[in-house]
Ligand binder design. Sequence first.
Ligand code: BGC
Length: 724
Amino acid sequence: MSWNIKEVGFDQHKIIHRGNQFLIGHLKLGVRGTLDEMRKEALVAVHLPLVYDQVGDGWREPVNAFNPLFTQVFVNGVEVGVMHQNPYEHEQNLSLKDAVMSRKSAFHIDGNDIVIESKRFVSDLEERAILVKYSVTASQPCKIEIKTGIDGDIWDIHGPHIEKVLFSEADDVLVASGVSHEKKNQITVLKSIDCDFKPVQETINKEDKGIYKLIEIDASAHQTYTVDQYIHIGVDEKDDVLKDRLHHLAYKGFDQHLKRHQQSWLKKWDIADVKIEGDEKADLSLRYSIYHLLILAPSRYDHASIPARGISGQTYKGAIFWDTEIFMLPFYLNHDLESAKKIIEYRIQGLKGALEKAKSYGFKGAFYAWESQDDGHDACTDYNVTDVFTKRLIRTYFKDKQVHISGDVVYAMMMYMKRTGDYEILHQGGLNVILEVARFYLDYGHYAISKDRFEVWDVMGPDEYHERVHNNAFTNQLVKMVFETVLNVENYFIHQKSPIFEELVRKMDFEDELKTIKEIISKVYIKEVNDDLIIEQFDGYFKLKDITKKDLFEKKLHPNEYLGGQGLAGDTKIIKQADVIAMLYLFKEKYSKQIMKANWDYYEPRTEHGSSLSASMYALTACLTDNPDYAYPLFMKSATVDLTGESKHYAGDVYIGGTHPAASGGAYMTVVHGFAGCTFSDQVSCIPHLPKSITSIRFKAHHLGKTYEICVKKDTFDIKELTK
Ligand code: BGC
């Protein structure tokens, strides 16, 4: 069983990818896996997720702090590092067990062998603290100079976000501070440096864009010189509080903090690890996916959920999409109920923003943000893609027409209640969300008298290539589910003999809408299968041009050209990602295996998998149709997306790189709910669908207040309830 992600050898072309691959941190601080000597050109980011800022007309995005990791080394005046020489030996490592990144690089410099090593972690027990151990060893006596400090030259996509920047030093603490442009958040980075040797000289260098300490060493041969670095980052925190925290960090020292940090990580893995036997690659890739979900856990934070690119940077505006509810929540429901609750609460708190969004389009009820930022504000722009040819903005309809987002929120809430039995959430604003979403769908859709059915026009399903379509099968199912949920919760409260439902209906003036829901619920238009058992993705889809993916790609004039809308895919049957298939997975109890199989065979060859969300939905449905060996490569695609770096980095001209936590969540779902076929209802059960290479899967999971240990083999499974 492996716990390490290791890359041997240095490749200049992979710097950006490694930044994602070796990411460490938590939901308040993301530290990209770049190396000590790198600067903003390498997309170094000490990222502050969920601290949003907008400059001028640029996109509102999370802020990157100053870079306190920057450390350079000079040997007899020559700068040594991967940006200047090719190392003859280089290794970068991420220990998944304790979220520690390390590197070792060795260089030949004028007959002298220089070895640079460093180790860093973002403390799991502090608000925002990074600890670094950095060392240099030379094979010959020489003069070494280490320059370490805070680099104020920040990588931003739509910045600069931090203004009134000041660099200072007092009591041996380096400080960089400034305020964010829009909300005037005070951003402060503090760093103290501790050498395990006596330097010949130490000086402080204040530069235009940074502050550094220069440490001069008369180095002896084969002696290792180590510099510990303690870093604290504050957002709207007083300087003296931060200084106290920094002193506490430095006082206890790197090793003691590392021990406590490791214990904290041990606890996480105890409940969350999934062991795959028989296939080491699958085992490690899944563990890596789980690592990403663990660093993103929102349990400790108020009003926090998980951005689509996690904590890896400013891409996708640091916003929260349906990815979290549909692809990540299942992991937390099994392993971390506090985080699961936070994900639900985030949307309850975002209701105000959802009401405002609906109103801005002239609709009643709650239309959730497609790209949700702190207050439920929709960061998605009307022109979200830039044309690669003309450099003009392309009108996209993600924000206006992906109305399924509101249904996704309700779907997630239902999953949460079913799995935890925590119906209190309804009293805490959950019921308002359900009724307001139902109100929105009632207003958005319409009853078509001639067809005697409730239809939902002018939407975009998960397949974003086909814009403004009518009766998208995925969306309509969610609409129906929301109406059913209203009636189910009404029954729940009647059963509880509680007046809450009635009272809220009265307060919201929802009586007529409730009556309408009861009248039309059986008339919501759910697409029937055709003679070949296929469900049409939306009205008119079957009439589109039936070309192959190969044909479509051959027509491309630019590798990054945008395929949706007016682009090449718009009038064809080629879809961006699982749509009907995603619907079949979410509503699996309503469809037979034959229907699933027929639709899989029909849609998969027509799916570009242009979103990292797509593969896992196909993998999950392949398992449901007893085809785990079809699912396997799709599972590996999801689980390795941030290991290989093989994903789309551009949509049109817009950079969309970063990590892909929804793919991590999808990989997790495929193993636990697909291969192991684990289902949680009144009872926990499994229907094993192990692919050839996997002999067993072992994991723990919470369900309805209990914790189980589950082991699934080819034809058998064992479920043990764990006593507390
Ligand atoms: C996908 C969306 C997804 C978003 C963020 C887009 O490319 O089409 O479904 O929510 O990326 O991951």
